[in-house]
Design a protein around this ligand. Structure first.
Ligand code: ATP
Ligand code: MG
Length: 397
């Protein structure tokens, strides 16, 4: 008797000729995600991945929790493999069913026979197991239309499967199948959500954070590292880059019109992000911008930012309301960290009246009044970083 996890693929099943590439990437991601949890066998058949513990040291419950966050899986089941006789199916599944039916009031049993030589027909299998469940858990009743729990029994060639624990998966596409991108990660609510959303579409994410010491503190940076750790549960390993941005910000303040500070700062962030992208073979930049949220996120301001970009800028939050972004942030457990009150470099020299309708021409003219190149080079040379391994939790705030 052994418990195992069944993972159902989502959209991958539709990918035609690329299907095997997607499936291989998913298998790789699954292996990586549970490699420290003991010995598992991982096999796939018919758009399902079977994750089977090979010894008692393998932690199946923790594996299930982690696999719920692996993109490309839409549904998960914790199933039980039993010997292939009605007596064994019943006796071996009672412990399993006791946890599966915990909290339920109604259930039904369904059965399927791949092996037609099994002595009992499907309705008899259902009746026999149903009867035993009612005996063992007398508070339960049968509801064939809308049961709280469906217990399905499958008779295969070699053994039988009992399946009564179903969980929602993270959906999306396996990370790594959608290209590579640089996420501009601030300490706010929006950018971790943006990273999660693009990883969900299969994009491999590396995070870049701009800091402005001494205006921003060590704790402010740690907060962002904490956010990177949190999204790594979904995104997989995330490399975290930190760019020293103080000199550039001071130069903007001293040399550019105040009403354009923010927009010029954003263009230079984009420039630096693109240099990292080129070095890291990343094809796009991801930000947490949402249309109209602040002055630097109006249509005109976005046009000015994009004019400084040679690669696509992906803005998955662009059409979301703050409340919708907050809901996702709560779901991925970044919200509580994001609202910790540490300063962000964006707020260091915030203009009193930022221009909401800048034109590309005026911004370019304002920016060209000062040669930022040496400072950009210096900032890039002084980038620090570290690899954040998936699920790592080392930062304490
Ligand atoms: P967030 O909640 O993500 O901080 P925001 O509403 O505060 O967003 P802005 O501060 O205008 O918006 O930033 C817009 C986007 O620019 C952010 O979502 C993020 O992608 C990027 N960004 C802003 N500040 C930084 C920073 N210090 N380091 C890296 N990226 C940043
Ligand atoms: Mg911000």
């Amino acid at each position: 008797m052994k418990e195992m996890i069944l993972c159902k693929f989502g959209e991958i099943a539709l990918k035609g000729l690329n299907k095997s590439t997607f499936e291989s990437m998913l298998v790789k991601n699954v292996k990586r995600r549970i490699k420290d949890l003991g010995k598992f066998e991982i096999s796939r058949a018919q758009s399902t991945l079977y994750v089977t513990p090979l010894d008692d040291s393998a932690d199946i419950d923790e594996a299930l929790e982690r696999l719920k966050r692996v993109f490309g899986i839409v549904k998960l089941y914790k199933a039980l493999e039993t010997d292939k006789s009605m007596e064994q199916i019943i006796s071996q599944s009672m412990d399993y069913l006791s946890s599966a039916l915990d909290g339920a009031e109604t259930f039904k049993v369904t059965a399927k026979r791949a092996d037609k030589s099994f002595p009992l027909k499907s309705p008899e299998i259902c009746a026999r197991l149903g009867e035993k469940i009612l005996e063992a858990f007398p508070h339960l009743s049968v509801d064939v239309h809308e049961p709280d729990v469906t217990v399905s029994v499958e008779i295969r060639e070699k053994n039988a499967f009992v399946n009564a624990m179903k969980f929602e998966g993270a959906g999306g596409l396996p990370v790594g199948t959608g290209g590579r991108a640089i996420l501009l990660l601030s300490g706010g609510i929006d950018s971790p959500v943006a990273g999660y959303m693009m990883a969900k579409r299969g994009v491999h994410i590396q995070a870049v954070h701009f800091e402005a010491p001494p205006y921003t503190s060590e704790r402010a940076r740690l907060k962002v590292e904490k956010l990177a750790e949190k999204i790594s549960l979904y995104c997989g390993d995330v490399y975290f880059y930190c760019v020293p941005f103080t000199k550039i910000q001071v130069a903007i303040k001293d040399n550019c019109p105040e009403e354009l500070f923010t927009i010029i700062m954003r263009r230079i962030m984009m420039e630096i992000a693109q240099r990292i992208a080129q070095q890291q073979r990343c094809q796009a930049i991801v930000t947490g911008e949402s249309l109209g949220q602040v002055a630097s996120q109006t249509m005109s301001a976005i046009a000015c930012t994009d004019a400084a970009c040679r690669i696509p800028v992906l803005r998955p939050c662009i059409g979301l309301d703050k409340s919708e972004i907050v809901k996702i942030a709560a779901h991925i457990d970044t919200f509580d960290t994001s609202v910790l009150p540490y300063e962000d470099c964006c707020t260091v020299f915030t203009p009193k009246h930022p221009k909401t309708r800048p034109t590309v021409a005026e911004v370019e003219a304002a920016q060209s009044g000062f040669d930022f190149e040496p400072l950009i080079k210096e900032a890039v040379e002084n980038i620090t970083g570290r690899m954040i391994r998936c699920g790592e939790s080392t930062v304490n705030l």
